[in-house]
Write a protein that binds this ligand. Structure first.
Ligand code: GLC
Ligand code: CA
Length: 548
């Protein structure tokens, strides 16, 4: 990629905020927009250029806002439209753009379109949703399952038809085949864009073109027609960034969304590296042992496939995933070392890095012991289904503590005051008890903290074009304990060699990598000989006038 075609979001780092859990300004136990405004200076110092806000629109909060009841109103618990406009302006004054979460595969069942649609088959909004007659025997139209467990169809007794929902029944799927629905969505998007937002993160965008009669949920035949139309009607001519969530994306389909000749999205969130860790049948509730070779293979494939066209998103965590340091590192003995190592490996790849709130201080998974402590609709549903299937509860809790969505949703840990300084009231979900040690105030006081390391990495991306544009070359691909790669731009290269284990690991250094490397971050200059020994979770980085 040449300089001239570079977009602003290719050198930016994005920070994801889960508003409910970030900062509570009024003591009701729920994070809010004024709370976020109060932390903007913290985010500016971190160096990020974009905030992705998980949904803030009016919602009954069955799925914490991923069930929107009014696309043009702010949920009162989060604040007002004035608060939002102030957030956009205050963020902008600090060089930070705001990405909204566009949840348009489905609405809440409390959205006025759905309330009207279910009132009668003649409603003008009936066709905004997906309705089907019962099967001849009166049963479900077909056997498609919802992501949160149970059938994807629920019978409406008033009108005698089933509605389709890929998530909870309270999240009815929108019918993108209806042009009026699409026009309403585009009008709404333009209304937000005109308020000065920096773009959208698009929730499960790969699902919008479902064709349930053909058993198609993801990647329907019309998907890219719809996204191209959306682009024409809303994004075209605006310098915004967009990232589409697609659990089904492969490197080939990622180019359909983000290739340079495709007027669609800036990039997608891809999940192959996440799912590679899951059980074939039981998914995330029965995690597989960590396999570094497989992880490297997936990441390397994406780096290579999108080297010259398209663009990668880079992330270890988000609000649906466990804490990065717990999943890929060692959240006990080597929490600081492994969190720093993971950050280095991710942030020096090619793409736009995303930091999930709390990751920058090494927040960990929660040690919940009872189902009463969980709040997440998916976890609670799956718990019920597992018990109904006769599986032991203890196994479920183990799986939930490892991979459940509440791991990332506990309050942001600001300091060692009660509830981690998140609220003066009672938080909607318990804080992780380790907040007394792991918090922003402690990290700010320590120049070797994970936070300090994130600040350096994010700043480096802004100053060293090699980090943005450099070509990725993998090394030691079959090594089960070490992740190694170089990035090259012109005659300059950077090097990353990371130990993913809690043991000393001695490796043979490939001949081409031997010799002197200048310091890249805070490290000392490295002289690589035939062999090197890395301490637990150590990462060697360096910069040199070489080309690979
Ligand atoms: C996405 C969101 C997730 C939500 C789901 C339904 O996967 O990230 O949090 O539950 O879509 O909207
Ligand atoms: Ca609040």
């Amino acid at each position: 990629m040449t300089q001239t075609t570079r977009h602003w979001w290719q050198s930016a780092t994005v920070y994801q905020i889960y508003p409910r859990s970030f900062a509570d300004s009024n003591g009701d136990g729920i994070g809010d927009i004024p709370g976020i405004i109060g932390k903007l200076d913290y985010l500016r110092e971190l160096g990020i250029g974009v905030i992705w806000l998980s949904p803030i629109c009016a919602s009954p909060m069955r799925d914490n806002g991923y069930d929107i009841a009014d696309y043009q109103a702010i949920a009162p618990m989060f604040g007002t439209l004035d608060d939002f406009d102030r957030l956009v302006a205050e963020a902008k004054a600090r060089g930070i753009g705001i990405l909204l979460d566009l949840v348009v595969n489905h609405t809440s069942d409390q959205h006025r379109w759905f309330l009207d649609a279910r009132s009668s088959r003649e409603s003008r909004y009936r066709d905004y949703y997906v309705w089907r007659d019962p099967a001849p025997d009166g049963g479900l139209p077909n056997d498609i399952q919802s992501t949160f467990g149970g059938p994807a169809w629920t019978l409406d007794p008033v009108t005698g038809q089933y509605w389709f929902h890929q998530f909870a029944p309270e999240q009815p799927d929108l019918n993108w085949g209806n042009p009026e629905l699409r026009a309403d969505i585009y009008r709404m998007m333009n209304w937000w864009l005109d308020r000065g937002i920096a773009g959208f993160r698009m929730d499960v965008i790969n699902l919008i073109a479902k064709e349930p009669d053909r058993g198609i949920t993801a990647d329907g035949p019309k998907l890219h027609d719809y996204i191209q139309e959306m682009h024409r009607e809303t994004l075209a001519g605006r310098d915004v960034m967009t990232v589409g969530e697609s659990w089904s994306a492969t490197p080939a389909t990622a180019l359909l969304y983000s290739g340079r000749d495709r007027a669609e999205l800036s990039m997608v969130f891809q999940f192959e590296h996440v799912m590679q860790q899951w059980h074939e049948t039981w998914g995330k509730w029965q995690p597989k042992p960590f396999d570094l070779v497989a992880l490297k293979r997936v990441i390397g494939r994406w780096q290579t496939a999108l080297a010259d066209d398209g663009w990668n998103s880079l992330f270890w965590g988000n609000h649906d995933l466990p804490r990065a340091v717990s999943k890929y590192g060692d959240d006990k003995r080597y929490r600081v070392e492994s969190a720093r190592m993971l950050a280095t490996v991710l942030h020096l790849l090619k793409g736009t890095p995303y930091v999930y709130q709390g990751e920058e201080i090494g927040m960990t998974n929660v040690p919940f012991s009872s189902i009463e402590q969980y709040r997440d609709i998916e976890t609670l549903n799956m718990h019920r289904l597992h018990l109904e299937a006769g599986l032991p509860e203890a196994d479920f809790i183990t799986g939930a503590n490892e991979n459940g969505r509440d791991n990332s949703r506990t309050p942001m840990q600001w300091n060692d005051a009660a509830h981690a300084g998140f609220t003066t009231g009672t938080p909607w979900i318990e804080a992780n008890p380790n907040y007394e040690r792991i918090n922003v105030a402690a990290a700010e006081a320590d120049p070797e903290s994970i936070l300090a390391h994130y600040r350096r990495l994010i700043a480096l991306r802004r100053t060293l074009p090699l980090v943005i544009d450099g070509r990725y070359t993998p090394w030691l691909e079959a090594h089960p304990e070490v992740f190694a790669y170089t990035r090259t731009l012109g005659t300059q290269s950077l090097l990353v060699i990371a130990n993913f284990t809690a043991r000393d690991v001695t490796i043979d250094i490939p001949a081409a990598l031997r010799g002197d490397w200048q310091p890249l971050l805070d490290a000392a200059p490295a002289l690589l000989r035939e062999r090197a020994t890395l301490a637990p979770f150590e990462v060697i980085t360096g910069l040199a006038d070489r080309s690979f």
